[in-house]
Design a protein. Structure first.
Length: 207
């Protein structure tokens, strides 16, 4: 091999080495950029988790507090308190309501009767509505609410009626109730009685 040939090979090798070094430099820059993006994404994910937890905590407190206070006002020492369980399932946060009393956890429709779930569900509807950003018309219609309250004296119904009045006033909403319970009807601002005469229905506003 001649000296010129050797010089050509050395020159080519230097050129390839330069190309390889340039490729390494480019790859290193891309790696640094990717590492920075990963760190930023991790930081953003942490911030999102913190914000989500804070929002979840505030939502949980708002719902639990209002509903539990309403149930306490109706049922007294026998009242359950509402707790919201937040769980991450299939990449989404799911919420399940549970009842708690004396440190014992129960599902609302199991071993608690139906009266307290009736009150809880009645309060939850306007409470959730009040948390919406784009609220719909502030009118709520209840068809025979609290029909599962087992109280021959109807004192629980009287207490529940006061709770309904308070919610209506505080949230500035209109609540329309279809009921045969006089205690609920008596707490209304207006009462319309529906009757039937000679196969024809009629509506009369009571004084």
């Amino acid at each position: 091999m001649t000296l010129n040939k050797i010089r050509e090979l050395i020159s080519e090798s230097k050129g390839r080495r330069g190309q390889i070094q340039d490729a390494i430099d480019i790859a290193s820059e891309k790696l640094k950029t990717a590492q920075t993006e990963v760190k930023n994404a991790q930081d953003a994910q942490l911030i999102i988790q913190i914000v989500a937890q804070e929002t979840q905590s505030q939502l949980e407190y708002h719902l639990n507090e209002l509903v539990s206070l309403a149930m306490l006002a109706v049922f007294g020492k026998d009242a359950y308190s509402l707790k919201m369980q937040f769980e991450l399932k299939r990449g989404k946060t799911e919420v399940s309501p549970i009842f708690e009393r004396d440190g014992k956890i129960r599902k609302p429709l199991k071993s608690t009767g139906f009266g307290q779930p009736d009150v809880a569900s009645m309060i939850l509807r306007p409470t959730l509505w009040s948390l919406e950003n784009n609220r719909k018309r502030p009118i709520f219609l209840y068809d025979e609410p609290l029909r599962h309250l087992n109280d021959p004296t109807n004192r629980l119904h009287e207490k529940a009626a006061k709770i309904i009045q308070e919610i209506s006033r505080r949230l500035d909403i209109q609540i329309i109730i279809i009921t045969q319970i006089s205690e609920l009807a008596g707490a209304s601002d207006k009462v319309f009685r529906i009757g039937k005469k000679k196969e024809r229905s009629y509506i009369v506003e009571e004084d």
